[in-house]
Design a protein around this ligand. Structure first.
Ligand code: ADP
Ligand code: MG
Length: 379
């Protein structure tokens, strides 16, 4: 998703574009719409995933430039992080009049007081020096309060300090709270209970956290020659047709390596009397959508390349058949993930050559799953 698709002001978009921020990262795409609406959010995504702008963009959007007072406060564990966050926000706010400042120890207290008086609107600070200010004259009830790298902050022993700051800046009216981190420890949840009304929790899973649901039964066949494959495929399909006799629900999704192979296999199956179609990236978007819709709504066999294994929602696929092994084992997970959705039972068959056989064990180890060996039946 492009930043230009968010409902944010032109000046902000211009700043993002100026620094080559064009496309939102996954955490940004997910949290920004909620934050723009004023919702309280707990956000989790690994380091380097763009959490700063995930809260920075909504903050800039929600600040009133014409009011020279602190409207947002961001608490970070270290001064380095405070500097980085302030820099990143200043980049995005380049074409606005919003002033961002940092508050941390080891530098002049009075300079910070002066900067606040000159009308800073966003403050990024570390717990210790923030408490100094808040107990020596600074009285603020900002409308936005952020804990950045909250998990790290609690690891460093700042839980009491952070709780104290939140107590000091808690206002009567509506305040928006945003808690971010690479993980969500108990302390984050605890504080959210005290401060967040109706929070939204957004978590971005890491790639290697992807799991194969236990609702999918997985089998593989070792196929010696590619000429064998077609025969065995037909056996499998015939068995499925017998089991699902008369049912409108039988949907079989077959994956092959190349675009040419999708057409070839679909045509072969069709000529043998099966209702088979193909889909690949040569087809126009409209043609692909039409085929997918057809597949969604009726009993059918669809032959595809990996383009459809990601992103597209097809419900109720009875069985996925990996006629060819995917090039990357991650794609195995995406492919078979089209079946066994929403807790329903799924079925996945994979053909491997002798050379490819070790990949089965790699998948089993990496995803802690079991793929059962099946022996070929010759009819
Ligand atoms: P996190 O806080 O999740 O560890 P950061 O917010 O520090 O990650 O972002 C990591 C890096 O990615 C920074 O250099 C930042 O400028 C860059 N970045 C953030 N969002 C985007 C984006 N949408 N497009 C390109 N780069 C981005
Ligand atoms: Mg960060």
């Amino acid at each position: 998703m492009q930043f230009s698709e968010f409902k944010i002001r032109q000046k902000l978009l211009k700043g993002l574009k100026f620094h080559d921020f064009l496309e939102a990262t996954p955490i940004q795409e997910k949290v920004i719409p909620h934050l723009l609406k004023g919702r309280n959010v707990i956000g989790q995504a690994k380091t380097g995933s763009g959490k700063t702008l995930a809260f920075g963009i909504p903050i800039i959007e929600r600040i009133n430039e014409n009011r020279p007072e602190i409207q947002a406060i961001i608490i970070t564990p270290t001064r380095e992080l405070a500097k980085q966050v302030a820099e990143e926000i200043s980049k995005a706010a380049k074409f606005t009049n919003i002033k961002t400042m940092t508050i941390y120890g080891g530098v002049s207290f009075q300079n910070q007081v002066n900067q606040i008086r000159r009308g800073a609107q966003i403050v990024v600070g570390t717990p210790g020096r923030l408490i100094d200010h808040l107990t020596k004259g600074l009285k603020i009830k900002p409308k936005i309060i952020v804990l950045d790298e909250a998990d790290k902050m609690f690891d460093m022993g700042f839980y009491d300090d952070v709780s104290y700051i939140l107590k000091l800046i808690r206002g009567q009216g509506n305040q928006q709270f945003m808690f971010f981190g690479a993980t969500i420890p108990d302390e984050t949840i605890e504080l959210s209970k005290n401060y967040m009304k109706d929070p939204v929790m957004i978590t971005i899973r890491k790639e290697h956290d992807e799991r194969i649901p236990s609702s999918i039964k997985q089998f593989y066949y070792v196929v010696a020659e590619s000429s064998d494959k077609l025969n065995h495929l037909i056996n499998i399909i015939s068995d499925l047709e017998n089991n699902y006799n008369g049912s409108n629900q039988l949907k079989i999704l077959i994956f092959v390596k190349t675009r040419v192979a999708t057409r070839k296999l679909a045509n072969t199956l069709y000529s043998l009397g099966f209702k088979a179609k193909f889909i690949n990236s040569d087809l126009s978007q409209a043609a692909r959508e039409k085929t997918l819709e057809e597949f969604q709504n009726r009993r059918m066999i669809l032959v595809a390349t990996d383009v459809v294994s990601r992103g597209i929602d097809i419900e109720n696929v009875t069985c996925v058949i990996n006629y060819d092994m995917p090039n990357e084992i991650q794609n195995y997970v995406h492919r078979i993930g089209r079946t066994g959705r929403m807790g329903k039972e799924g079925l996945a068959y994979t053909f491997v050559s002798l050379d490819e056989h070790p990949l089965i064990f790699q998948i089993e180890q990496k995803y802690k799953t079991k793929i059962k060996k099946k022996f070929l039946r010759y009819r």
